[in-house]
Design a protein around this ligand. Structure first.
Ligand code: BDP
Length: 331
C-alpha cells in the first residue's frame, strides 16, 4: 500500500474511533504514544519522560504522551516507519537509520563530517539544520529538537584497533545504513547491519567481532562485557531528534505547535546536560570493568581510508554537495 493511502486509512480509523467514543472533551484530548530504544536511567529516557511531563503541563493536559522505553515497541527502522505513517506519534531517533529515507538527513552519517560535538551543534543550529529538518519533513517527520549522542568509536572482542588495517577481516555490526556498511568495507572489514537489541548476543557468540558506539551505549548495553577493546576512532558524531508525525503536528493550532516545540527543546537542554555527565560516568564504569582502551590521537589514516565513502555518496547525490560544504564550512 502506498504511504499516502496508508496514512489516510489510519487517519480515518482515528476519526471513526473518535466518533464511536462520542465524548467531546475526552475525544479531543490527544494521547500520543512515544518510542525510545534506551533503558531506564539513560539520558534520553529521562529527557523523553521530562518531555512528556512538560507537554502535559504546558498544554494543560490537552496533549499527553505515553512513553514506551527500552525498544519494547520494536526496532528503530520500524519505529521510524511507524512515526512516519502515524501509527506512533513520537520517537527519539538517531539520524543514522533515518538517513536512508531522507537524503538530507544522511549527510550527518558521512564519517568525520563533524570535527567535534561543538561543530555538530553549530551546524544543526544553523542553516544546515534547517535543510536537514526540511528533508525530514518531506518524509513525514518533524524534528522538534536535537539530542546528543556523542561520538561513535570501534570496539571488538579481538584486539586494539590502532590503524585502518586492524579492521581488515573483522565482522563489524553497523546500524542500518549503506554509508556505514561502505565505511566498514572501505577498511577491509565485513559489515553486518543488525538491530541494536541483537548486538550483545552476536558479540557474545562471535557472530560479529565488533561494533561501534558512544560510551553510554557501550556501557548501558553491556557490550563492554563481551567486546573489551575500545578504540577511540570517533569516526561518527550523529545527532538524534525528537521527531513527531507531520500530520499530527500540522493539525495542531499554532499555539499548540509552539508549546510542543518548547517542551521538546527544554527536554533537549536537560538531555545534553545529562549526556555530558553520563559519557564520563560510562567511560569510568567500563574502564573499572577492565576494558582495554586505546586512543587514536592521529585519525588521519582513518579519514583517508573513509574518503571513498564521501566521494561515492556525493557522486550518487550531487544535489547534496552544497549541504555538505555548508556543514564543512560551519565554523
Ligand atoms: C545508540 C543510539 C540508538 C541506536 C544505537 C545503535 O542512541 O538510537 O539505535 O546507538 O547503535 O547510540 O543502534
Amino acid at each position: 500500500m502506498k504511504l499516502s493511502s496508508l496514512r489516510k486509512l489510519l487517519v480515518s480509523t482515528v476519526v471513526a474511533t473518535t466518533m464511536v467514543a462520542g465524548m467531546s472533551v475526552a475525544a479531543q484530548a490527544a494521547e500520543w504514544r512515544g518510542w525510545n530504544i534506551h533503558k531506564d536511567g539513560y539520558p534520553n529516557t529521562i529527557a523523553m519522560d521530562k518531555f512528556a511531563e512538560l507537554l502535559a503541563e504546558k498544554t494543560g493536559g490537552k496533549i499527553t504522551l505515553k512513553m514506551f522505553h527500552s525498544g519494547v515497541l520494536g526496532n528503530q527502522p520500524d519505529a521510524i516507519e511507524q512515526v512516519r505513517i502515524g501509527g506512533l506519534a513520537i520517537g527519539n531517533f538517531n539520524l543514522g537509520p533515518i538517513g536512508p529515507m531522507a537524503a538530507e538527513a544522511n549527510v550527518v552519517s558521512l564519517p568525520f563530517i563533524f570535527k567535534d560535538m561543538g561543530h555538530m551543534h553549530r551546524a544543526l543550529d544553523g542553516a544546515a539544520g534547517d535543510q536537514i529538518s526540511a528533508g525530514m519533513a518531506k518524509i513525514g517527520l518533524i524534528a522538534l529538537a536535537w539530542y546528543d549522542s556523542g561520538a561513535r568509536s570501534f570496539y571488538n572482542s579481538k584486539k586494539p584497533i590502532m590503524k585502518p588495517e586492524d579492521v581488515k577481516g573483522m565482522k563489524v555490526r553497523v546500524m542500518n545504513n549503506d554509508l556505514y556498511s561502505g565505511m566498514i568495507s572501505a577498511l577491509g572489514g565485513n559489515p553486518s547491519p543488525m538491530a541494536f537489541s541483537e548486538v550483545y548476543q552476536s558479540l557474545k557468540t562471535g557472530v560479529v567481532d565488533g561494533a561501534e558506539n558512544n560510551w553510554p551505549s557501550y556501557e548501558s548495553t553491556g557490550h563492554f562485557e563481551v567486546a573489551g577493546y575500545y578504540s577511540l576512532s570517533q569516526h561518527l558524531i550523529i545527532p538524534e531528534c525528537v521527531c513527531v508525525n507531520a500530520d499530527t503536528y500540522n493539525a495542531l493550532s499554532a499555539d499548540d505547535q509552539k508549546l510542543v516545540k518548547e517542551a521538546a527543546r527544554e527536554s533537549a537542554v536537560l538531555q545534553r546536560e545529562l549526556w555530558e555527565k553520563r559519557a564520563i560516568a560510562s567511560r569510568e564504569k567500563v574502564m573499572a570493568g577492565g576494558v582495554k582502551f586505546n586512543d587514536i590521537p592521529d585519525k588521519s589514516a582513518f579519514m583517508e581510508a573513509m574518503k571513498p565513502v564521501h566521494e561515492k555518496y556525493l557522486e550518487a547525490n550531487p544535489a547534496l554537495k552544497p549541504l555538505v560544504a555548508l556543514i564543512q564550512n560551519t565554523k
